[in-house]
Every structure is written in C-alpha cells, then in structure tokens.
Design a protein around this ligand. Structure first.
Ligand SMILES: O=C(O)CCC(=O)C(=O)O
Length: 252
C-alpha cells in the first residue's frame, strides 16, 4: 500500500478519531465470509459456546455477538498484510489482537448502540487501541450505520453510566456537551471499513429499514497498553448487575 495513502489515513485518524478504508476486503471474500458466518453462528449457538453476556437478541434474532475471535475469518483478517500495515501506523508500539465482535443489527428490529467510547468497556490505561469496523452489508444512516462525533477522541475518557442496553452496557453521562462536535455517519459498501480510535464517541440508531446491517469488528491494541484493574472491577460489577436485571425482567 502506497505510503502517501497511509499518511492520509493516519492524518484523518488522528484529526477526527476515525478513518475510512474503502474496499479493505474484496466483494468475493465478503460473500464467502457471510456464507461461512451463518455456519459459524449456528455452531456457536448449537454447541452453547457463548455465555449470556456474549450474545444478544432482538425479536428472536441475533443482534450482537461479542466473542468472534475463534471464527476462521477473524483469524484470516488478523493476518491480512494490508490491514496490519495500516493499523501498525496508527498504534504506537507492538500490536496485539484484542478480540472480535459482530453487530448484526437485523432489518426492522436491530437495536441502537448508545453513545460510548470503546475504551470505557475495555478499561485500558491509554488510547493506543482501536476498532476496525468492517461492513458485511451496505451501512448508512438509513439502516443504523455507526455515527461519530468528529474529534471527540481529544476529550480523553468521559464519564459513562449504565445503559441497560444489550450489547453496549454503558453510555456517555453528559451527551449534550457533544453538540459542539460535527456528527458524521459514513456510508459504507460491503468490504469497506472504518478504523476508529478507542476514545472517539460513537453510537448507532435502531435499524428501522428493511435492510440488515451486519458489521464485523476486529480490535487491536498496543501490547504494553494494559488493563486498569480498578476500572475493570467496577465495569465487570456493573455488567454482571445489568445481565442479572435482564434475566430477571425476562422471567417476569
Ligand atoms: O455496530 C454498531 O452499531 C455499534 C458498533 C460499536 O459501537 C463499536 O464497534 O464500537
């Protein structure tokens, strides 16, 4: 990949908190991955490989899966030379894989993701961490595409409160303050990706359209960027509480 292209991606990423890579994965590979994804999901669900915190449903359809590291396509993409080259220009230090997720957001019923910063969930000590959000379908503001508050990563880590929203259990405490930032919702074709910084504020709306909006994410961090044990403890406590409440309300 041309160094001038990488420089432009890096500039966007540091200026705005995200950058867009068009055609990271070819259409043919996206089609193969989607076919294989259905088999992978059936396997995960049938073999009861997922804990309740790792899978969320909406109207009996899968809305998100938070444990996709074992999927063969995740492993393949984690070794993709083009992606590794880009990511290693965005993160300082040695790279480390930090998991993979699926945001399936089915047509008509896909759930919103409340405003958040990824690092609030990850509890990492600094900002040398990012998400690669790959579109498996077209994604835009009509079908609940992800939107960003441009440059909001410069604020550092913001206060969050429990969201009680399956899949993204925390949300920004004071969202009104974000109005000073430009809100941007990229339009993506299958195979395009957004690489976003772990401090940039983002979210997505409900999918009220007739088109599904499947997004697959790979996460990377700097190897020496470690988890803050105190923040992790508090985060886990609140997550466990929310899951307990969810189970309780499902029984009522
Ligand atoms: O796909 C979505 O709707 C939310 C994704 C998200 O919040 C993330 O990748 O961090």
């Amino acid at each position: 990949m041309d160094i001038e292209v990488i420089k432009k991606l890096k500039k966007d990423y540091h200026e705005n908190g995200y950058t867009i890579v068009r055609g990271l994965v070819s259409k043919a590979h996206i089609n193969d991955a989607k076919e294989d994804l259905n088999k992978e999901i059936s396997k995960l669900v049938k073999n009861k490989k997922l804990r309740s915190r790792d899978i969320n449903y909406t109207n009996d359809q899968i809305n998100s899966i938070h444990s996709m590291s074992g999927w063969s396509w995740t492993k393949k993409l984690q070794k993709n030379k083009k992606l590794i080259k880009i990511v290693s220009h965005l993160i300082k230090g040695k790279l480390e894989n930090y998991g993979a997720e699926l945001f399936a957001k089915p047509a008509n019923v896909g759930l919103p993701a409340p405003l958040h910063q990824d690092n609030y969930f990850w509890c990492l000590k600094n900002n040398e961490a990012l998400t690669v959000w790959i579109a498996l379908d077209k994604a835009n503001d009509k079908n609940g595409g992800v939107f960003y508050f441009q440059k909001s990563h410069k604020l550092g880590l913001l206060e969050h409160v429990q969201s009680f929203a399956p899949g993204t259990s925390q949300k920004i405490k004071y969202p009104d303050g974000l109005n000073i930032f430009k809100k941007y919702s990229p339009s993506l074709n299958p195979g395009d990706c957004i690489i976003h910084n772990s401090y940039v504020v983002h979210g997505s709306d409900k999918n009220i359209s007739n088109s599904p909006r499947v997004g697959w994410t790979l996460r990377f961090k700097a190897k020496d960027n470690k988890i803050d044990p105190m923040r992790k403890k508090q985060y886990e406590k609140e997550l466990v509480f929310q899951i307990k409440m969810r189970k309780k309300s499902a029984r009522i």
